[in-house]
Design a protein around this ligand. Structure first.
Ligand code: 13P
Ligand code: SF4
Length: 339
């Protein structure tokens, strides 16, 4: 039997040179990618790895990207906060954001001189779409003098009208850093309520919701505990407060990953987007990952063929309205300056 056949039968269907160049990637993702699917991914992964070198490009991928992207082609992975920090640091000439549009816009704001690409410009976010710059101006009129915290899941126009940005990883710290008795916190009303539960600061919320996390209920958490005895339940703070209260831990996508890395629970339920469970399963095969599983349709618009096309054609370029650029960047930089 030939060597490639013994390594894995998937390699029989992949051109030998491609199989050799992608062998290390395959070793990383084989716990979560069925063998029969590898021939579908290997040629695009091989081409993307080559194009990255030719274009001096870096691929940033959010924790919700599918494993063939997350473990296959990304240079930097993380939550929204980590991606914003890394976007500010990179030396690459081209940044490809595998995530949703507001993440690519944040990368562009922090790298005005670089070419920032998003493989699918229609990758939106229900939170970012729930509020406009005019809504923020109206809130300021209604609550004169009250500082505005904008969740990073917002457009550049909304960030420009705000005092400071936050992510789910630093929301409490950002709110408390303002030293104000009242804070307008937008647009996620659940994240606002979850922050309010941890601080004495009065939080004035907006009415946005994440279309993925809104689907989870406290009843789901009870059912998970019944069906999977001993399970540690981790929830994203975009879930409703009663879901967060029923969970064992709530935190950003990075904080959930860190929880698994540090505590190595034998069984964990991730009350968040599905792909994150696949990515953690590839890294920690000894932990049983229970996936209540809701897919983010926007994150899932990003695929390997679209990333390959983006690098081949240098599309779709992300540009920010010059009227918003300076003030939006200042809001992000104020957040990044907080340690
Ligand atoms: P994180 O900042 O936790 O990665 O969350 C981003 C997001 O869009 C969650 O739905
Ligand atoms: Fe937006 Fe929710 Fe998708 Fe995150 S999971 S990108 S908050 S719609």
């Amino acid at each position: 039997m030939a060597m490639t056949e013994r390594i894995d039968e998937a390699f029989i269907l992949v051109e030998p040179a491609v199989a050799a160049r992608t062998a290390q990637v395959y070793a990383r993702i084989r716990p979560v990618i069925p063998t029969f699917k590898w021939p579908q991914f290997a040629p695009d992964i091989d081409a993307i790895l080559r194009l990255k070198r030719e274009r001096n490009a870096v691929i940033l991928a959010h924790n919700y990207q599918t494993p063939e992207i997350f473990h296959g082609v990304a240079d930097i992975v993380g939550d929204s906060l980590a991606l914003a920090r890394e976007a500010a640091r990179t030396d690459a000439e081209v940044i490809v954001m595998c995530g949703v549009y507001f993440m690519a816009e944040t990368a562009k704001l922090l790298n005005p001189g670089k070419l920032v690409l998003i493989p699918d410009p229609d990758a939106g976010c229900s939170l970012a779409e729930s509020i406009t710059g005019a809504d923020v101006r109206m809130l300021r009129q209604r609550h004169p003098g009250v500082p505005v915290v904008a969740y990073v899941n917002t457009s550049a126009q909304v960030k420009a009208e705000s005092d400071i940005c936050c992510t789910s990883g630093n929301a409490l710290r950002v709110v408390e850093s303002l030293k104000s008795q009242k804070v307008i916190f937008l647009p996620d009303e659940y994240l606002a309520a979850n922050v309010a539960a941890q601080t004495g600061v009065e939080i004035i919320p907006w009415r946005g919701r994440c279309e993925v996390h809104v689907q989870f209920t406290a009843q789901n958490v009870s059912e998970l505990r019944e069906s999977f005895p001993g399970v540690a339940v981790l929830a994203h703070p975009e879930c409703a407060p009663e879901v967060v209260a029923a969970a064992d831990f709530a935190g950003s996508t990075a904080a959930m990953t860190d929880y698994v890395a540090a505590k190595r629970p034998s069984r964990v339920a991730l009350v968040t987007e599905c792909s994150m469970g696949d990515n953690i399963a590839a890294q920690y095969p000894q932990t049983e990952i229970v996936r209540p599983c809701r897919l983010c349709p926007h994150m899932n618009r990003i695929t390997l063929p679209k990333i390959r096309y983006a690098l081949e054609t240098l599309t779709h370029e992300v540009l920010v309205d010059p009227a918003s650029t300076e003030r939006a960047r200042a809001s992000i930089e104020r957040m990044l300056a907080l340690r």
